[in-house]
Design a protein around this ligand. Structure first.
Ligand code: MN3
Length: 255
């Protein structure tokens, strides 16, 4: 994952070029805000490469807020179980898979199991990556999209209300366990909503996720039972669009 704090990277991307890839006007009153938002918020947004991986291993990052911070949208008990038990299990599973694959790569592991361990890494590693982003995609009280992110949403979906409708419908339609995801698609140079089954299936490989809602039952069943749509609606009230804006700027710069 690219690091937005890397000034050489940011400076290497001509603003007009980065801006054009979003499909917005080259005259660019909002080109500056896209990168400016990233600059403004870079210190406030956790970097997954720093909080989710340390000393060659996946690590469980602490929540960026109190367990009860998202009440009443998401209850404290769900957050404790979700972060401390479920996310922790993906971290553990990803490390087991990484170790097994490293052993195979150096000749000491069982090479006949390479397919199995790749599947394990895809599941647990994707679970770790999505949860690490998911916690930071939310904050107490939420926020509204502004500047270039709001423009990109308008270009792709027609507006915020239409985006939320598509996002909620997509997340609601996931069969069984999975995620609704908003991502920057490098192929079409625009925002795209997709869904994932489990964590890793049914993806679009050209997408960099910038906002995701977990629709596994463990994410909402204690409070919402079978009413997934109500949970998704509540999730949308606590989205941290400042975090999403920084992720968009990073994805555009890396494309
Ligand atoms: Mn989960």
């Amino acid at each position: 994952m690219q690091n937005i704090a890397d000034h050489s990277l940011m400076n290497a991307i001509p603003r007009r070029e980065a801006f054009k890839t979003l499909g917005l006007s080259a005259l660019a009153v909002t080109a500056v805000p896209l990168l400016a938002v990233a600059e403004d918020h870079k210190s406030a947004v956790a970097k997954e490469s720093e909080v989710g991986f340390k000393d060659g291993k996946c690590v469980l990052p602490p929540l960026p807020y109190d367990y009860a911070a998202l009440e009443p949208a998401i209850d404290e008990k769900t957050m404790r179980l979700h972060h401390d038990i479920h996310h922790a299990a993906y971290v553990k599973g990803a490390n087991v898979a990484l170790e097994a694959l490293a052993a195979i790569a150096t000749g000491s592991g069982d090479a006949t199991l390479i397919g199995h361990w790749n599947e394990e890494l895809a599941f647990h590693g994707s679970g770790h990556a999505l949860h690490t982003m998911f916690w930071n995609n939310m904050k107490k009280g939420g926020s509204k999209p502004a500047g270039a992110l709001a423009d990109a949403i308008k270009t792709a979906f027609g507006g915020q209300e239409a985006f939320e409708k598509v996002f909620a419908a997509t997340a609601g339609a996931v069969q069984g366990s999975g995620w609704g995801i908003l991502g920057y698609d490098a192929l079409s140079a625009r925002l795209q909503v997709i869904s994932a089954e489990k964590h890793q299936n049914q993806t679009l490989q050209s997408i960099t996720p910038i906002l995701a809602v977990d629709v596994w039952e463990h994410a909402y069943y204690l409070k919402y039972q079978n009413k997934r749509a109500d949970y998704i609606k509540a999730f949308l009230t606590v989205v941290n669009y400042d975090d999403v804006a920084v992720r968009l700027a990073k994805a555009v710069a890396a494309a």
